[in-house]
Design a protein around this ligand. Structure first.
Ligand code: NAP
Length: 318
């Protein structure tokens, strides 16, 4: 089987893939396939191990014409860069990597929650810039975390892992907004409307999938419902939030702060957002630990192996 791996992945997975398949490695750490390149890949390979930023849009499937590829094994749980309907129509299975990245991503959520509350990034810049004049009782006072209410938007695997950390680690009451009821195995109150979670939570953490259904779920109106000192965290996908509305709310101090791991048009981050001291900005680090990235790579590869052996694909989503 001819397999394409679209990005640099951990060495252990490179070796495992080479041992098994005729593999082409794209020598590229960060930049994804364009629609044109995705179309060519669909035509030329039996399976593709791809990831965020590879543009497997409806147009890519259209341009591909005669498609050889039978499986798109996505390195990541979110697969909104693949047009699921177009893949299904073309008879291309799609798999993802749930669970193995849940803890690492929840940890990044907590990193952002604590860093925004306690102004960690600003403090780091103060020290590095040589501007720190010494300890003072009113210097850089942040927001207390313990006992504050966290509101989870999307109480799935990652949402529940954030809730667990907030409940057990920081005694935080947990409220959440989700279409179906979820049992997170801890005290958590489901709230009927998004606006109510936005209004009642001291910290809002967004963990819904991206894509057309959730695009701009967090809009100007949702942000306007937040407490003036409320802190907004997004570890899901950039397009879930109306980025311009968020920038305006932060710039006009209508909310306290934001901690972001994801952006509407990655890797572009608007200058207006980068200029704000009440925003902590990470470069999409959610699953970025070696252990997690190896587990993701192995899971993606295992799905391609299952296909090669004629078995059901364990993490099939399309
Ligand atoms: P998951 O288990 O499927 O959880 C998603 C949750 O969102 C589900 O509980 C779902 O429940 C809820 N949901 C979906 N649409 C909704 C809507 N319109 N309104 C309210 N709730 C909605 O997925 P996961 O593993 O936790 O991952 C979540 C997302 O995190 C991924 O899709 C990915 O985009 C993102 N992610 C980011 C990083 C990063 O590096 N920052 C890393 C991993 C994942 P219902 O359908 O019942 O409502």
């Amino acid at each position: 089987m001819k397999v394409l791996i679209t990005r640099e992945i951990p060495e252990r997975i490179v070796e495992a893939a080479k041992a098994r398949f005729d593999v082409t490695f794209r020598d590229e750490p960060c930049v994804g396939l364009t629609e044109e390149e995705a179309a060519v890949a669909l035509r030329d390979y039996d399976a593709i191990l791809l990831t965020l930023g590879d543009q497997f849009s409806a147009r890519a499937f259209e341009m591909a014409g005669d498609i050889r590829c039978k499986v798109l094994a996505n390195f990541g749980v979110g697969y909104n860069h693949i047009d699921a309907a177009a893949a299904a129509a073309a008879g291309v299975a799609v798999t993802n990597t749930p669970d193995v990245l849940t803890d690492a991503t929840a940890d990044i959520g907590m990193t952002l929650l604590l860093a925004t509350a306690r102004q960690a990034a600003l403090g780091d810049r103060l020290v590095r810039g040589g501007g720190w004049k010494g300890w003072g009782p009113t210097q850089m006072m942040g927001t207390h975390v313990t006992g504050k209410t966290v509101g989870i938007i999307g109480m799935g695997r990652i949402g529940q892992a954030v809730a667990k950390r907030c409940h057990y680690g920081f005694d935080m009451p947990v409220i959440y907004y989700n279409r179906s009821a979820k049992d997170a195995g801890l005290p958590a109150r489901q709230v009927e409307s998004l606006a109510t979670v936005m209004a009642q939570a001291d910290f809002v953490v967004v963990t819904v999938p991206g894509g057309a259904e959730t695009r701009h779920l967090i809009d100007a109106e949702a942000l306007a419902a937040m407490k003036p000192e409320g802190i907004f965290i997004n570890i899901a996908r950039g397009d879930v939030v109306d980025e311009e509305a968020l920038i305006a709310a932060l710039a006009e101090k209508r909310i306290g702060a934001a901690g972001l791991d994801v952006y509407a048009q990655e890797p572009f981050v608007p200058e207006a957002l980068r200029a704000l001291d009440n925003a902590v900005l990470l470069p999409h680090l959610g699953s970025a630990t070696l252990e997690t990235r190896e587990a993701m790579g192995q899971m993606a590869l295992d799905n391609i192996i299952a296909h090669a052996e004629g078995r059901d694909l364990p993490q099939r989503v399309v």
